[in-house]
Design a binder for this molecule. Structure first.
Ligand code: GDD
Ligand code: MG
Length: 355
């Protein structure tokens, strides 16, 4: 089966991490985020993937080349972002399958443990034009709200509605009949959520919901990104792409953790990164060459490449950009983001939030 991977978004909510690296390539449990999706797609029977790229397009091919995780890879770039529907239509130029064949389409920022083969089987059984993976969430207003009838047929698609009619949302993994993709207008900006799905439903096309609760996460915010990495390291979502066994932490090549440090709760310690004696690092991502010095505390945070957390400093729910330095005694909390290269002198900040 062939698949299209949507990876053209700017990932603005993940800045400053996404200034230098697109969201789908951020190191997650030791490998680029997409490696987990490629491995799972391969396991579900996908043998060829077309990347729909836009923002920093060249970095994707540099990361994965023409074959990775047992899947052949093709790249198609939009000169101007075409939106999710326009990107799908543009990427279809790279498909080789016939008009009635199923094509898997994946948002590039999702971690999901659902059974893709069962979704494809449900699609074929219903003879559907498209079949969407749906999952229940606590706050459906942040997603595409997708009600279904007693037969599982989708009755509406309400993107980011303030008045959700169900807690069942679009989980960002579709099976499309190839001919339904070719019906999307070419070379135009089109939203699959706001235009294509509502139009398909209005025209009477069979659009089905495949409901499967279970592990599901959109890693589009720093909090969710850290959580996804933690869940992979701890084995809450299995991934054959992780360079190691599930456990309380993942140490990459050249990482140094002092015997006198506490590093757990799914923390990743990047290549050449270090944690000194007396430091505590919980549920965090230390990127390559990041350094946590004596007695510092880092919790639920991302420490960028070559960034440094000084002795006794505290980070809690913080994103520290590449090369940033937090001097001794600072205490940063509550979603604070420190831009790359910024240096905070000793005890410059005791407490802050991004309210
Ligand atoms: N190639 C390309 N071009 N890709 C794009 C473009 C574009 O113009 N715009 C967005 N994408 C990609 C993003 O990179 C991402 O992988 C995917 O399309 C979805 O975009 P997001 O920006 O992450 O959307 P969202 O998270 O707000 O909402 C979407 O995902 C939710 C589930 O996580 C929608 O599909 C919702 O309906 C859904 O519930
Ligand atoms: Mg998203």
């Amino acid at each position: 089966m062939e698949a299209i991977l949507l990876v053209g978004g700017q990932g603005t909510r993940l800045r400053p991490l996404t200034i230098s690296t697109p969201k789908p390539l951020l190191p997650t449990a030791g490998v680029p985020f997409l490696a987990h999706q490629l491995a799972r797609a391969r396991a579900a029977g996908v043998d060829r993937i077309v990347f729909a790229t836009s923002y920093r397009a060249e970095m994707f091919e540099a990361a994965f080349g023409t074959r990775a995780h047992g899947v052949d890879l093709v790249y198609l770039t939009e000169d101007e972002p075409l939106g999710t529907g326009g990107a799908i239509r543009n990427a279809a130029r790279g498909l080789t399958c016939g008009p009635d064949d199923p094509v898997l389409i994946l948002n590039g920022d999702i971690l999901s443990g659902h059974d893709v083969q069962a979704q494809v089987a449900a699609h074929e059984k219903a003879g559907a034009a498209a079949t969407l993976h749906l999952t229940p969430v606590d706050d459906p207003s942040r997603f595409g709200c997708v009600p279904t009838d007693a037969d599982g047929r989708v009755t509406a698609f309400l993107e980011k509605t303030p008045h959700p009619v169900t807690d069942q949302i679009n989980a960002g993994c579709y099976v499309f009949r190839r001919s339904a993709i070719d019906a999307i207008p070419a070379e135009e900006v089109v939203s699959v959520e706001r235009e294509t799905f509502p139009e398909m439903i209005a025209s009477g096309a069979v659009v089905m919901g495949y409901v499967e609760p279970g592990y599901w996460l959109d890693v589009g915010t720093p909090e969710a990104f850290v959580q996804g990495s933690r869940d992979l390291v701890e084995g809450r979502l299995a991934s054959s792409a992780i360079p190691g066994e599930p456990g309380e932490r993942l140490e990459l090549d050249g990482a140094r953790v002092s015997p006198g440090a506490v590093v757990r709760d799914g923390t990743t310690v990047g290549r050449g990164a270090s944690v000194e004696a007396g430091a505590t690092v919980l549920g965090s991502v230390l990127l390559d060459e990041a350094h946590v010095e004596e007695g510092a505390t880092v919790r639920d945070s991302v420490v960028g490449r070559h960034a440094r957390v000084g002795p006794g400093a505290v980070l809690d729910g913080v994103v520290l950009g590449d090369g940033a330095v937090v001097g001794p005694g600072n205490e940063l909390r509550g979603g604070l983001r420190v831009w790359p290269g910024v240096e905070l002198p000793a005890t410059a900040l005791r407490f802050s939030t991004d309210a």
